[in-house]
Write a protein that binds this ligand. Structure first.
Ligand code: AP5
Ligand code: MG
Length: 223
């Protein structure tokens, strides 16, 4: 199963992508996460990407396509993957289709999640992440057990993401509208698109996504 999670900043791509990958038994590939790790390690890619990410702008298509080409070739992705944050532009989507076609593969389902902007801003303002496993928490809707530390890593204090500042969030929404929203029309052709409302509890949204994706019947943990 090869899935794409599509949606604006804060709709829950990461939260739900983790759970879907677990129930589908495939790799979770989060391009934002890969870039943030590269930035933290100070690699050439990371340093190049950091400035774009912190200001809320997209990283170049060529860089992203190369990164996904490599990551999807790794052994854990051979049974399938959930893409969180890629593709994000029409050229990225075209490159992905071509890359998979050359391997005799394809994207099976694109889950397009929508949530109204006021709710998205509330979610991003409240988001805190575990520095170890990167799981996202939120006081409203996805609280940590003790409110301050990761449930799985009790020594890890939750912290905000750098690009969740007001200015960066505004830029990320603008980038989404201009460059990523057109992917809905791109994927509508060919019947791969499933539109899902991202409002409701994390568990409710997950149930709908799992049904639409048609994968796994086991219940995944909230992580
Ligand atoms: P990326 O990391 O992908 O950021 P994003 O798209 O802005 O999305 P977010 O991670 O902010 O939100 P999410 O949808 O994952 O929501 P989450 O589950 O955390 O990309 C970051 C940057 O990297 C980009 O800006 C760009 O610079 C670069 N980049 C990455 N990929 C790229 C590409 N392909 N091309 C070019 N550049 C690229 O949830 C949000 C919050 O809501 C959390 O606190 C969560 O706990 C809470 N929450 C989730 N679901 C619910 C619910 N149902 N009810 C209540 N709260 C909920
Ligand atoms: Mg995310």
């Amino acid at each position: 199963m090869r899935l794409v999670m599509l949606g604006a900043p804060g709709v829950g791509k990461g939260t739900q992508g983790r759970r879907l990958a677990a129930v589908c038994g495939c790799a979770l590939i989060s391009t934002g996460e890969i870039l943030r790790e590269a930035a933290a390690r100070g690699t050439a890619l990371g340093l190049e990407a950091r400035r774009q990410m912190d200001s809320g702008r997209l990283v170049d298509d060529d860089v992203m396509v190369g990164l996904v080409r490599e990551r999807t070739s790794e052994p854990d992705a051979q049974e399938g993957f959930v893409l969180d944050g890629f593709p994000r532009t029409v050229p990225q989507a075209e490159a992905l289709d071509a890359m998979l076609a050359a391997r005799g593969q394809q994207i099976d389902v694109v889950l397009s999640i929508t949530v109204n902007e006021d709710e998205l801003i509330r979610r991003l303002q409240g988001r805190r992440e575990c520095p170890v496993c990167k799981r996202a928490y939120n006081p409203e809707g996805a609280p940590a057990r003790d409110g301050r530390h990761c449930d799985e890593h009790p020594d890890a204090e939750l912290r905000p993401r750098k690009d969740d500042s007001e200015e960066s969030v505004r830029q990320r929404f603008a980038e989404f509208q201009a460059k990523t929203a057109p992917l809905v029309a791109y994927y509508a052709v060919g019947g791969r698109l499933r539109a899902v409302a991202g409002t409701g509890t994390v568990d409710e949204v997950f149930e709908t996504l799992q049904r639409e994706a048609g994968c796994g019947s086991r219940t995944a943990q909230t992580n």
